[in-house]
Design a protein around this ligand. Structure first.
Ligand code: ZN
Length: 448
């Protein structure tokens, strides 16, 4: 069977590259992945999956796009080939799709594929292959620069392979195409909706750069990514003439500027590494007016949940004290968050062993890779572990042309997409294959 999985996956290569480049060309930001979701839903439906979309997948969060933005995204999706029927069900911004394959009794496994793009201007030079070959994003300022276009394609590939081996499977497989990973909001909505409450095994994967000298394709797990909290702050003060009566104003710009300085001065912690960044700051209305408002986008991160929480508490204290100092108000909104991420050792062993049976796919001798950044898949992992399940995030290694989130980001899709499909399908077969059920029965007979 592992040989068949390899053959089926590699036979999908051109189709997978086609999916990936189509998603890349029509990149959509988090909660606006309407075209992407509609096409995924249509494909899963055609393959025979039970398909959940819209209200059945997620729930509105704190930062849903405003109606004008949703309408514009819907219009774009309609004129670029989105599936009109499914678009109606995701037009409210509850994007994402879940495909369910039920194969009788048995455990439940969920696979997560994130599908959102980033707010980045794509490299328009001829050196950048998507530009040269005509599949660069058609939307200025929106780009797949993290490989989630590839993840969506991998999910569709796995969906197709599983249908091909359905008669050899038992249990339930849930393919979760998750929106809004970059803003750290999409995973939480899926968790809160209860889609992971009965899941014993949870898998995801991320396309990653092969290191110099490395020739392997798959790493069974990863860890070390940081817990993070995204915070938006709005200071509101009072405008006044900057020369005639500056004392009558309450200066929001000063409160914001003071906050920036102090945030970077939060003490390091012996509990773990920390990060803080103020990414944007907009304040004021005119040169000669005391600024009556200021808005900031902040993130704090930590090596573990405890030290991330420390950073968040310190940030709140500084914001409130700066506001107090300048006589303005401060409104703080938590826009997204995630936990630190660590794969489960036993599941990593199982992934490595299953992938090792494939042909044309090589597994890294190290089970786990230390990774940076943050990843909201960690919220899903936490939920699965709460009821005794296991989770891991694989790394799909290939050649990548720029840093993650860089405007020149591109990866070798023809190389890694079929291998990633084979790897995830192999793990699913290892967990849900009929041979496993027989094995379990056999063990029960021995026990009794
Ligand atoms: Zn990513």
């Amino acid at each position: 069977m592992f040989r068949s999985i390899s053959e089926m996956s590699f036979a999908l290569r051109d189709k997978l590259v086609g999916f990936r480049r189509d998603f890349h060309r029509y990149a959509e930001l988090g909660q606006l992945e309407m075209r992407t979701s509609s096409l995924i839903a249509r494909r899963l439906s055609e393959l025979g999956y039970r398909v959940l979309v819209g209200d059945d997948v997620g729930m509105p969060g704190i930062a849903m796009p405003v109606p004008e933005v949703l309408d514009a995204a819907l219009q774009n999706a309609r004129v670029t080939g989105g599936d009109l029927e499914y678009l109606e069900q995701v037009r409210n911004g509850l994007t994402g799709v879940i495909g369910i394959l039920e194969c009788g009794d048995g455990s439940v496994t969920a696979l997560r594929f994130d599908i959102d793009a980033l707010g980045i201007n794509e490299d328009s030079s001829e050196q950048h292959r998507p530009t040269r070959e005509g599949f660069a994003s058609i939307y200025p300022g929106v780009m797949h620069a993290c490989g989630h276009d590839g993840h969506a394609a991998i999910g569709l590939g796995v969906a197709e392979v599983l249908i091909g081996i359905k008669d050899s499977l038992h249990g339930t497989v849930r393919l979760i195409f998750q929106p809004a990973e970059e803003s750290l909001r999409g995973a939480r909505a899926i968790v809160e909706k209860g889609h992971l409450d009965d899941v014993q095994f949870l898998l995801a994967g991320h396309i990653s750069k092969r290191l110099p000298g490395e020739s392997c394709d798959i790493i069974a797990g990863c860890g070390g990514s940081l817990a993070a909290v995204h915070i938006d702050v709005t200071f509101r003060g009072r405008a006044a003439h900057a020369a005639a009566a500056p004392e009558k104003g309450a200066n929001s710009l000063l409160a914001a500027a003071g906050t920036v300085q102090q945030l970077y001065g939060i003490s390091r912690s012996s509990v773990g590494d920390t990060r803080v960044n103020v990414g944007t700051l907009h304040a004021g209305t005119a040169r000669n007016v005391i600024a009556d408002h200021a808005c900031m986008e902040i993130e704090v991160r930590g090596k573990n949940d405890e030290v991330c929480s420390y950073m968040e508490t310190q940030a709140h204290r500084i914001i409130h004290c700066s506001a107090e100092m300048h006589g303005v108000s401060a409104e703080i909104k938590t826009m997204g968050s995630c936990d630190a991420l660590e794969s489960d050792p036993a599941l990593m062993e199982q992934v490595a062993a299953a992938c090792g049976k494939l042909q044309g796919v090589s597994v890294h001798p190290q089970l786990r890779r230390e990774v940076g950044g943050s990843e909201d898949f960690s919220c899903m992992m936490r939920r699965v572990r709460e009821h005794g399940g296991q989770a891991t995030m694989l790394r799909f290694l290939t050649d990548i042309t720029d840093v993650v989130h860089g405007s020149g980001f591109d990866f070798d899709d023809a190389d890694i997409l079929p291998k990633a499909v084979a790897a995830m399908s192999a793990v699913l077969y290892d967990i849900h294959g009929s041979h496993q059920r027989l094995g379990k029965c056999y063990r029960n007979i021995l026990i009794f």
